[in-house]
Unconditional design. Structure first.
Length: 292
């Protein structure tokens, strides 16, 4: 298949899968760099998720790739406004298209890095059971070629960037990119503030593990700023609030299951936009997949 046709097909497929998030946003805002420090920026706008850019001594590390050529071109243009150093690394926080599909529009010289489960997830069949687009050989140079399991440090000269894996949650391959000097953590889709948390059960995601993973992150990192794919940057209190909210939903589903209610009856006890998450929680409880 020609790359162009592949792009269009996957693009449509992606919107079909995630239409609930993006359907109302046909024309994205232009890509914009929001400074967190002299060296660290949050990348807002464009089509796809928010990411980050870190200017090291000898090159740039990006967090996530957005999902179309226009957004990547705009990212590169904006980057030129703040540095003439080359992009050396691009870290994908997980395997969702809005964070990784844009990899293919960066130069092949960039080293793509992700968690090993993220790389594996790229080859899972799509929701409609068609084989993954990532089997296309033209995309091979853009598949993360460096993976890790628990922790990896990347040095850009004297500057250190820490990649952490805290466990299963939104998928099985979500990581945190931590910038210790700034005390800033880029956490991908591990929190959502404007809609209920996404848990991709079909990628092995699990809401009970998610709570443990976020708690583990807060215990391990002294981060004060948390940047994520689809919400504004927040502090520790907001992460704690998200953990509490998830626990409350889980308790409510558990008690309704205990009363013998069906999935449909349980969904009716929640807001409409919580139904997908409630279904995941319900299945986790039914399958005794609620963590240890
Ligand atoms: Zn996302």
């Amino acid at each position: 298949m020609k790359k162009h046709a592949l792009m269009i097909k996957s693009f449509i497929g992606f919107f079909w899968l995630t239409g609930t998030i993006f359907a109302q946003q046909p024309e994205p805002q232009p890509v914009e760099f929001r400074p967190i420090s002299e060296n660290l920026y949050e990348i807002l706008g464009g089509r796809g998720a928010q990411g980050g850019a870190y200017i090291g001594d000898d090159g740039v590390l990006l967090v996530d790739a957005k999902m179309d050529k226009t957004s990547v071109d705009q990212t590169i243009e904006q980057l030129k406004e703040v540095t003439d150093k080359p992009v050396r690394y691009l870290v994908n926080t997980h395997s969702d298209g809005d964070h990784i599909w844009g990899n293919q529009f960066f130069p092949e010289s960039v080293t793509f890095i992700a968690h090993e489960n993220c790389r594996n997830d790229l080859f899972l069949p799509k929701n409609n059971n068609e084989p993954s687009d990532w089997y296309n050989s033209e995309l091979a140079p853009y598949i993360p070629s460096v993976t890790f399991r628990e922790k990896m440090d990347i040095f850009l000269g004297s500057k250190k960037v820490e990649l952490w894996y805290f466990g299963v949650g939104h998928t099985t391959g979500d990581i945190v990119v931590y910038f210790p000097e700034e005390k800033a953590a880029f956490i991908g889709d591990q929190i959502f503030l404007t809609r209920p948390q996404l848990i991709h059960s079909y990628k092995g995601g699990n809401s009970f593990e998610h709570v443990k993973t976020l708690s583990n992150m807060l215990e391990t990192l002294d981060a004060e700023i948390f940047c994520s794919g689809h919400s504004q940057a927040v502090g520790r209190e907001e992460i704690i609030a998200q953990i509490d909210l998830m626990r409350k939903r889980q308790e409510k589903v558990k008690s309704l299951v205990g009363e013998g209610k069906s999935l449909d009856e349980i969904k009716a006890e929640f807001e409409e936009n919580e139904e997908r998450l409630v279904e995941s929680i319900f299945n986790e409880i039914k399958n005794n997949n609620t963590g240890s």
